[in-house]
Design a protein. Structure first.
Length: 373
């Protein structure tokens, strides 16, 4: 029985934070850095004078008070309306010298609400092209990275994969929200029953801070391939990105994934580590995983495709997506492939329907392997 297993960073299915689709990479990084700072400040038990000033500065800088459905700001503060406790109020006319953001709350318990990255609908053609990649790959088990939530994954499955893209919808879908406040989670579509899920969103950072280790999660999906036989354990990943790089965090995450893999291997010899690991071959995070005996499918002698999985895919430096197999699964590999036609980049032959970066399915390729199980 041949089973195709794949991983694909879809970069969201229907809606994506506005900041993440800005063409100016540096501006995007600044917004995300400011958002992370704002969230950390808002979580403080007590707001001192300097912290109030910085919160007000960030709110004013990104116009996080503005409600314009035609041109929303990249960051917005949701806070209780009416007579409830509020974080701030504004006075004066925006853009004028008398405009002011004044922080009312003295700490996190003094107001009700949250900060969020404002989302925009993705281009309709981009959604359909994402579905086209999924249908063309036609994996029996597909790890989907950067998905909004489970119901969105299911709608995509039914309306796009099984609808406009002309494929066969998957009977099983699963996703547990992770730690990323932007709502970019890790899900799975499967033609085989998903018997259990083990999230790791609460795994603590080894530095003793009490913060969670994983930026997103490392969910373990137990999938029943053949009743009564060893299940397949799929460990989904999206390690810390290189934006505002923190290589030590990514390395700590990879070391924890390696430990989770070794524990899963005691339950079944059929274990896959997959997803966007945000680092290239030869890096410490990747070496930590390969040191367990896992094998990267793109190192298989039968693989003859491009060396990268991201952007132009023409260099090992652009390889950040992985399918890693336990020894028993490695021995059963029949074929390895990379579906790049959803990408719009120099040197990539795209689908005819992919005419720009705006309607591209993703800037990641879908990586897959066929296994004789």
């Amino acid at each position: 029985m041949t089973i195709r297993i794949a991983t694909f960073n879809t970069e969201n299915l229907f809606r994506r934070p506005k900041a993440l689709v800005l063409p100016d990479v540096e501006r995007r990084r600044r917004i995300l850095a400011d958002f992370a700072e704002l969230v950390s400040l808002l979580d403080l038990t007590t707001y001192q004078r300097d912290e109030k000033l910085r919160i007000a500065e960030l709110i004013a800088k990104h116009e996080a008070y503005r409600t314009d459905p035609e041109d929303p700001p990249p960051i917005f503060i949701n806070q209780t309306r009416g007579g409830g406790a509020r974080l701030f109020q504004t006075s004066g006319r925006p853009g004028s010298a008398d405009f002011e953001v004044r922080i009312l709350a003295n700490g996190r318990k003094n107001w009700a609400g949250w900060a969020e990255l404002v989302r925009e609908d993705l281009d309709g053609d981009a959604v359909r092209n994402t579905g086209k990649v999924v249908v063309e790959v036609d994996a029996a088990i597909l790890l989907a990275v950067e998905v909004e939530d489970r119901l969105t994954l299911q709608r995509f499955n039914e309306q796009i994969v099984g609808g406009s893209a002309g494929g066969k919808p998957y009977p099983y879908s699963m996703l547990i929200d992770g730690n990323d406040i932007r709502g970019i989670d890790i899900g799975v579509l499967s033609r085989y029953p998903i018997r259990s899920v083990r999230p790791h969103i609460f795994d603590p950072h080894p530095d003793g801070s009490g913060n969670p280790l994983f930026s997103r999660d490392c969910p373990e999906f137990e999938i029943e391939i053949d009743a009564g036989k060893n299940p397949l354990w799929l460990l989904g990943n999206h390690l810390k990105s290189k934006s505002n790089d923190n290589p030590k965090l990514r390395e700590a995450q990879a070391e924890r994934v390696a430990a989770i893999y070794e524990a899963a291997l005691e339950r079944s010899p059929h274990v896959v580590v997959a997803g966007d690991l945000n680092d290239s071959p030869g890096s410490k995070p990747i070496d930590a995983l390969l040191a367990t005996g896992l094998q990267d499918v793109m190192s298989h002698p039968g693989y003859k495709g491009l060396p990268g999985t991201f952007g132009e895919c023409d260099s090992p430096r652009q390889k950040i997506d992985y399918l890693m197999l336990s020894p028993q699964l490695w021995s059963k590999v029949q074929h390895v492939g990379l579906e790049t036609r959803g990408i719009r980049a120099d040197g990539i032959k795209s689908f005819n329907s992919v005419t720009s970066k705006t309607n591209a399915a993703s800037d990641h390729a879908a990586l897959y392997a066929d296994l004789d199980l």
